[in-house]
Ligand binder design. Structure first.
Ligand code: ARG
Length: 584
């Protein structure tokens, strides 16, 4: 049990003994750290219930607590707060429990249940944009959090691979290489194994075709026709489409690998096309499909809606399926193959309404049972300093390689003083650069927009990824020296000074932080914790000469604290999706 949980238990007991409901005894972190470490505000609520003076209640409860070994002090203050300080013994003992647990005291509440995380969401053959970058970074972190909480977490990249872009590419390739067998309707042989284009070809084919379609109506009509034929299963087009998919996927995989983002499933919108007809027939039978100007919709508005929720459009008047249709069919497939307890989708918040409609439609049509948890995390935009969606220096689209290179270079320049050999310095700059990028993103509340500020993100000081890594590296260096001098970790002792106690209390809050970050889908809470822990550690380090300490028991208690600090820091960095170098 964490220190705070022990405190809550004890204060609840005290409330009960004074004749009040135990539930008033909840203990929180103090919001006046200058006055006390923890506090209980229950006396005020209890006073309301029994029409008594809150101060009297607080005093009665505090009097009982003063004797308890958990507390160094318990003080009633106006108008009825109970200010609490932990005893140094209790803080040290609680830490010993965390230290002995390889999960740092975090309860695996997932209990092995399956969760699908739908993130990444790149569109095949179309350029990545900042929204895809954010989805990858946030989604990977959430997936790691789900795992840590004991879920069987499955990441699905859910590629956008079923749109007009495919028809555009097919027609553009046909114009350039009309003799390819994919366009010969009488061809019955085996199609070539080799794709007729490379990824860099595709990178120029798509934007050119897309631009052309805007002015060239005949071309645009052909692209629509080709998309339709592909979706009807045309043999040659399907084979060509497969080449586009393979070439794109290989390139995307490289990009995601560079970000340390990995998917268990590389599925896409095209994979669920086979489910659509049956699904719609089922909807038809249930009588939930309405005609609306020739299109088919499911009405999902509710009387208590505070804003308008338009009907979910599943088929256009020309018979075409839409984004919502594919997402519903994807739910059909996921229920069939994985029966996940939870779904978590991570996209730009401009898709909030889309997911609201899809979730409602899925429950209304019983594609999923009522208790299924469907969750959408809609994130804000990563802007440049000009306040517009971020673009790399090459202008136009986001090229991940360039972005990563820019971040790496910014970090490299700040590593001027290191004496690492050149090759290691380069590799280390890349590791730190990834942390700078991810931490810069994740330290903001996901739903908000933020400004990508390379200067700030790559700084070794302040609330940044490099600062956290720097702290880890510093601890590792002390631990190496201690090991060389034969100093090992001992039992954690009651803190001898305020800095040591601060550090201990912060270390003791890890489980609660991780659990909260998980349940609120809020990786920024992990960042906040990392920053505070790093500050606490660095203050402690400044005030104590660990390797020169003469009291051997104290010294090995400190080594134990260092080991635990390093473990907590590195565990949370992993949950955010990055690693620490050995040296920097
Ligand atoms: N491809 C989509 C986009 O670029 C994101 C896909 C998100 N996942 C989903 N199941 N809809 O916006």
């Amino acid at each position: 049990m964490t220190l705070q949980e022990q405190m809550t238990q004890t204060v609840q007991k005290a409330f009960a003994e004074c004749g009040f409901e135990a539930s008033f005894g909840r203990v929180n972190l103090s919001n006046r750290p200058d006055l006390c470490e923890y506090q209980c505000n229950g006396a005020m609520a209890a006073a309301k219930q029994v029409h008594k003076n809150p101060m009297e209640i607080a005093e009665a409860v505090a009097a009982r607590l003063s004797e308890d070994p958990l507390f160094d002090s318990a003080l009633a203050v106006r108008p009825g707060f109970i200010n609490l300080n932990a005893s140094a013994e209790a803080a040290a003992n609680a830490l010993e429990q965390i230290r002995a647990d390889e999960r740092l005291g975090v309860q695996p509440i997932g209990g092995g249940k399956t969760a699908i995380l739908d993130y990444g969401g790149a569109n095949v053959a179309k350029p990545l944009h900042v929204g895809h970058l954010r989805s990858a970074i946030i989604g990977e972190s959430l997936k790691r959090l789900y795992r840590f909480m004991g879920y069987e977490a499955i990441g699905d990249v859910h590629l956008g691979d079923w749109g007009l872009q495919m028809g555009l590419i097919i027609e553009a390739v046909k114009d350039e290489q009309p003799d390819l067998p994919y366009f010969d309707e009488s061809f019955t042989g085996a199609y070539p194994a080799e794709a007729p284009f490379t990824i860099s070809d595709l990178e120029t084919i798509y934007p050119a075709a897309s631009a052309r379609a805007k002015n060239d109506e005949a071309f645009s009509a052909r692209a629509h026709e080709a998309t339709f034929r592909l979706q009807q299963g045309d043999r040659g087009y399907t084979a060509l489409f497969q080449h586009v998919l393979n070439v794109s996927k290989a390139d995307l995989k490289k990009n995601y690998d560079a970000l340390d983002v990995h998917f268990e499933l590389w599925k896409g919108e095209s994979d669920v096309q086979p489910y659509i007809a049956d699904m719609l027939a089922g909807f038809e039978k249930q009588g939930v499909l309405k005609e609306s100007e020739g299109a088919r919709v499911i009405e999902v508005a509710r009387p208590d809606d505070t804003k308008e929720v338009p009907p979910c459009l599943v088929q256009k008047s020309d018979g075409a399926y839409l984004y919502a249709t594919t997402d519903l069919a994807t739910i059909v497939e996921r229920e069939k193959l994985y029966r996940p307890a939870e779904y978590c989708y991570i996209t730009d918040k401009r898709q909030n309404m889309h997911f609201e409609q899809v979730f409602r439609a899925a429950k209304l049509t019983h594609l999923v049972p009522e208790e299924r948890r469907l969750f959408h995390l809609g994130f804000g935009t990563m802007n440049g300093k000009d306040g517009k969606p971020f673009k790399t220096r090459s202008g136009g689209v986001l090229r991940l390689e360039y972005l990563l290179k820019d971040v790496k270079e910014a970090v490299y320049e700040r590593m001027a003083e290191t004496d690492l050999p050149e090759e290691e310095k380069q590799q280390t700059a890349a590791v730190i650069g990834l942390a700078a990028l991810k931490y810069g993103d994740l330290s903001n509340q996901a739903t908000k927009d933020y400004v990508f500020d390379l200067e700030r993100f790559s700084s070794f000081e302040g609330n940044t990824g490099p600062y956290i890594l720097y702290t880890i590296v510093r601890i590792r260096s002390i631990l190496r020296k201690a090991a060389e001098q034969g100093i090992g970790a001992g039992k954690i002792l009651p803190a001898a000074g305020p800095g040591e106690k601060e550090l201990q209390l912060q270390l003791g809050r890890v489980a609660q932080t991780v659990t909260e970050a998980f349940s609120e889908k809020a990786p920024h809470k992990l960042c906040q914790f990392l920053y505070e822990l790093s500050n606490d550690f660095n203050a402690f380090y400044r005030d104590n000469h660990i390797l020169k300490e003469e009291d051997a028991a104290r010294q090995s208690a400190w080594i134990a604290l260092l080991e635990l600090t390093e473990r907590e820091l590195i565990t949370l960095c992993h949950l955010l999706g990055f690693d620490a170098p050995e040296r920097m």
